[in-house]
Design a protein around this ligand. Sequence first.
Ligand code: ZN
Ligand code: ZN
Ligand code: ZN
Length: 293
Amino acid sequence: MRLLILGSGSNGGVPQWDCNCPRCQAARLNPELRRTRSSVAVELVNRRYLLLDATPDLYHQLHSAGLHPGGERRESVIEAVLLTHGHGDHCVGLFELSTGAIFEIPVYGPPDLIEHLFGEEGYFAYLGRLGERYVEPTPLEEGESLELPGGLRAEGFEVPHTDRLEDGSYRPSRTYGYEVEGDGGRLLYIPDIEALTEGVLRRMEDADLVLLDGTFWWEDELLRVSGIDVSSTALGHVPIERSLETLRDVDVGRVIYTHINHTNPLLDPGSRMLGELRRAGFDLAYDGQVIAL
Ligand SMILES: [Zn+2]
Ligand SMILES: [Zn+2]
Ligand SMILES: [Zn+2]
């Protein structure tokens, strides 16, 4: 299995527009340190891709990764899109696909997310002159197996991240992680997760690669770095310091953290934390990274 990291930043990207911290300054000076919002393209068959999440940076990500038709005819290199949840950094890029209505690209996600985006009052249901139903929104039940070209198979599984309301519903939708298996590998994509539950840890066992929520290193990172008194867990992200500890006892092939926030000390190349991460055998994703399983 071959995959491309289209983006590896959190909701704000790196640099973040309203910040001039040392990490944002460094990223402004050096394009290699920039991180667009988290997304992955998995190659299914020759130049046909499965897109995991559709970020606000999708237009530039497709261009940077060279994901365009090979011939002169218009053609979609995107076979299908799997959406994790309804936070803007993971789905607003769907708008980009409005020029490609003729391709009827299937967009899968948790049923409540598909309703939220494409229901009667849905966010993307109608784009005026840009179109209606320009993709094929399709609810995917948890555990339902999706057969893909190239002999690959994908499945969504629920993870804690989005807010749960008193009536049991989620706001704006429940959150999935995705498992993609076949072509010699098993990948887990979990860019946003509040806690590593037993079920998630069981899935991680023997996975060849886990692309995991690495938004924050510390539980109190926003307080330490930006003076904002809200914890990592309250924002729905397990801090790396904690997940690293938990994963020491799990037999997982490779863990690469993604969805990195500009406050994360791992972004300092000389940091003690980056050393600690690499000694544990783990690493940090970067935009444009190509991984073969
Ligand atoms: Zn996110
Ligand atoms: Zn910053
Ligand atoms: Zn989120």
